[in-house]
Every structure is written in C-alpha cells, then in structure tokens.
Design a protein around this ligand. Structure first.
Ligand SMILES: *Cc1c(COP(=O)(O)O)cnc(C)c1O
Length: 415
C-alpha cells in the first residue's frame, strides 16, 4: 500500500487565480463585446521583451553548445563560477557588502528556492509569515507538515501571521512571542511597500537575539528608487549571521519565462541540531543542491551573466523605468479617482484601498464589469488584504493609459 503526503490535503485548493479566472469567464461569456476590451492588471508577470544583451548572450551560448570544441554537459550544480562571481561582484561587493562567490547558489527560480529551503530546516520551528502574504511561503510549509488545518478565513494553525496594514506601513511589528523562521519580502508583493533601514535593523536584531533565521525575498529590489531603502538584507549589520536572501532575474531582466534566480547563504549563518549543537547552514544547502539539482542550463546562465554587462545594466534600467512609469500613471489615476493608494513608488505594484465599504471581491467585480479591467483582490493574499486590491504595473504603456482613463470614468462614490 502506498500512502500519500496527507499534508497536501490541507491545502486550500488554489483559490485566488482560479476564482479570478472563473469570474472573468462568467463575465466575458455573458458580455462577449467586452471580452476584446479586457485588460489584465492582475497576474504579476512581466510583459516586455527580453533585453537585447541577454538575447545576444543566449544566441552565443547556443552556438557554443553546437560545436564539440565548446560543448558543455553537466555544469556545477551551484552555478558556473562566471555567474556566481558576476552576481557576488555586482549585487554585493561593488556595493560594499561582503558576499563570497561560493555563497551564491544559482537556481531556476525564487519560487522554487523559497520552497526548497525548507529541506534544510527542522520540523519544530515556529514560522512567521506576513499577512497579506506571497502564498508560496505558506503553502510550502503546509506541504512540509509545518502547520495544522486552515480555518474558514484561510489561516493555518501553527503559523504565526504578522499583520501588515496602513498603520504599520505594511511592515510587520516585531512579534512579542518567539519565532524561529520569518519570511520577509521587500519591496513587497502584493502591497508594494518597502522596509526602511531602521525597520530591517529591528528585524535583524530580533533574529540575532532569538537565534531566528530571516528568509528575505528581494525579488523586486531592482524597483527601489529611494536611495535610503536597503536593496539587500546584508546591508544591515549582523544579517550575515541570521539571514538567507532570495533574488531572481524574473522581475529585473524579465526572466519569468527563461527561469533563473539565486539564494545567498552566508557561511556565518548557523542553526542548532536536535541535540543543541551548532552547525553552519551553508554546507547543508550546498549538499541539497548537489543531491537534488543538476544546475541551471548553460544558455540561461550566460543570459543571466549578460544582465550584469554594461549594455545589460542599461537595458534592465530601461525595463524598470518602463514599469515604474506605468506604476506612476496607475497610482496617479487611482489618486485622481479619490482612491487611497500605497506602494507603486519602489515596487511595480499599487495597493489600493477599496472605496466606501466595498470588499476586495466587490471591487474586483466593479472593475471587471464597469472598466473591463482585471485586478487582484487583496483578500486573496490573506485576511489583512481585505478592503484592498492590487494593480500590477506589468503591462504596455498603452494598456496602462487605457486603464487609467477607464478608472477615471467610473464614479467611485456610487455604492
Ligand atoms: C515574482 C516573485 C518571485 C520570483 O519568482 P521566480 O520563481 O524567480 O520567477 C519571488 N518572490 C516573489 C514575492 C515574487 O512575486
């Protein structure tokens, strides 16, 4: 008899995006004339083409694989040295942060890394997540058996939820209770919020005092415009002893379809085993990579390396400027409609308060029916997201201008 992993049965059947799909279909089935007008500002996927420097690097790499003199088979599981060095040099050392090449682990995505990292942690940790939250952090802990069942609002017993709201600037307060693992994501998806140096310092101090580990997701660091906002958790003194950082080429280089990301595991980072002996985590993550992964494709790693070339940097800056220009158009349009907005200044997401007493899903329906625009209801990211919706700036400028125009034509005071 084979048994399944019964923790999977606790997962709330992927609710948010299927429900969005169902409502969009129901609407377009009954309003076929509106289907062609529909603009999607829901899913957080990039829309603009890959930078030329990246494409050229990929073409060259393909040709190398096409010749026996330069063919490459299996590479190092952790990533080629040329890419680990480019990352450590450009993202860290050139900014005065001490990160060694061997501390960079190149992967096929931060989503995978955020889930896989649980392999090297024990089962007895108290785990804290933000609410609203990127659902991957929660669901991977459910799968690993780190939680009980979900209640009717979708909160799992056994997890510590850290509410993020307008009052705390969408950065959670330091918990009174002790937690062992805490997920922080800044700039944040879905709220578009950033954490200041002082806020991150408080979290690092908490982690050091409580022997906790911060799992810091910096997938959107390229969108930071304000020079005072840290790009990396390692800008905070002591973070090398208590934090793992996740970064991705998805949102800066537009690699959501190419797939490349990395984790940083500093050699000073340690944890206790069940007998109370202290061990470094770096060898465990290294072992996990060697055993369960055979590395990212050579062509993809050359593509990622090209993000750090002079042309690559300039082209990525253009992409970011494009999306941030979109964010400004959307934020201003929402503001002109009298809607209260958060985010959208250092992140490609605008987090908008629903007008009046509209719930997130009521707002979703109004945007769909009256503007033919698909947004993401805030409650889909957790109970603290109720009363908000997320507009993504990942779109063409023409679409964004059209969304802004349509939003302004709706009377938001009508209930
Ligand atoms: C898009 C995104 C990532 C990147 O995921 P990839 O698997 O690298 O594409 C990571 N974290 C968050 C919160 C994201 O929104």
């Amino acid at each position: 008899m084979a048994y399944l992993n019964s923790h999977y049965l606790k997962l709330k059947a992927g609710y948010l995006f299927p429900e969005i799909g169902r409502r969009v279909k129901a609407f377009t089935d009954t309003h076929p004339e509106a289907a062609a007008r529909l603009i999607r500002c829901g899913i957080g996927d990039v829309t603009e083409p890959l930078p030329a420097a990246v494409r050229e690097a990929m073409h060259r790499a393909v040709d190398e694989l096409g010749s026996s003199a330069t063919f490459r088979g299996y590479g190092p599981e952790q990533g080629y040295e040329f890419l680990r060095r480019a990352i450590a040099e450009n993202d860290y050392r050139s900014r005065g942060l001490e990160v060694a090449d061997e501390e960079i682990f190149v992967s096929d995505g931060s989503k995978c890394d955020c889930g896989n990292i649980l392999d090297i942690f024990g089962d007895a940790n108290r785990i804290a997540v933000m609410d609203p939250v990127y659902p991957v952090y929660v669901d991977t802990n459910v799968m690993a058996g780190h939680t009980g069942e979900a209640d009717e609002s979708g909160l799992y017993s056994g997890l510590v939820y850290l509410p993020c709201n307008a009052a705390n600037g969408f950065v959670p307060e330091i918990p009174k209770e002790r937690v062992d693992l805490v997920y922080l994501c800044y700039p944040n998806n879905p709220t578009g919020a950033t954490a200041t140096r002082a806020q991150l310092t408080a979290w690092v101090e908490y982690a050091l005092e409580n022997d906790a580990v911060i799992l810091f997701d910096a997938a959107y660091e390229a969108y930071i415009q304000d020079p005072s906002i840290p790009h990396s958790i390692y800008e905070i003194p002591g973070a090398r002893r208590c934090a793992i950082e996740f970064r991705s080429f998805s949102k800066n280089g537009g690699f959501t379809g190419v797939r490349c990301a990395f984790t940083v595991v500093p050699k000073e980072l340690t944890c206790l085993d069940n007998s109370g002996n202290r061990h470094a985590l770096h060898p465990l993550w290294n072992r996990r990579f060697s055993t369960k992964f055979n590395g990212v494709g050579y062509v993809t790693q050359r593509a990622a390396e090209a993000v750090y070339s002079a042309d690559g940097k300039a082209q990525v800056a253009e992409l970011v400027a494009h999306y941030m220009g979109n964010a400004q158009v959307l934020r201003e349009a929402a503001g002109e409609c009298g809607l209260q907005t958060h985010g959208g200044t250092n992140a490609p997401y605008i987090w908008v308060r629903c007008p009046g007493h509209l719930s997130s899903w009521q707002m979703f329906d109004r945007m769909l029916e009256e503007a033919h625009v698909v947004i993401t209801p805030g409650s889909g990211f957790g109970p603290a997201g109720e009363g908000f919706f997320r507009i993504s700036a990942f779109n063409s400028r023409a679409n964004v201008q059209e969304v802004a125009h349509r939003m302004k034509n709706i009377c938001w005071t009508k209930e």
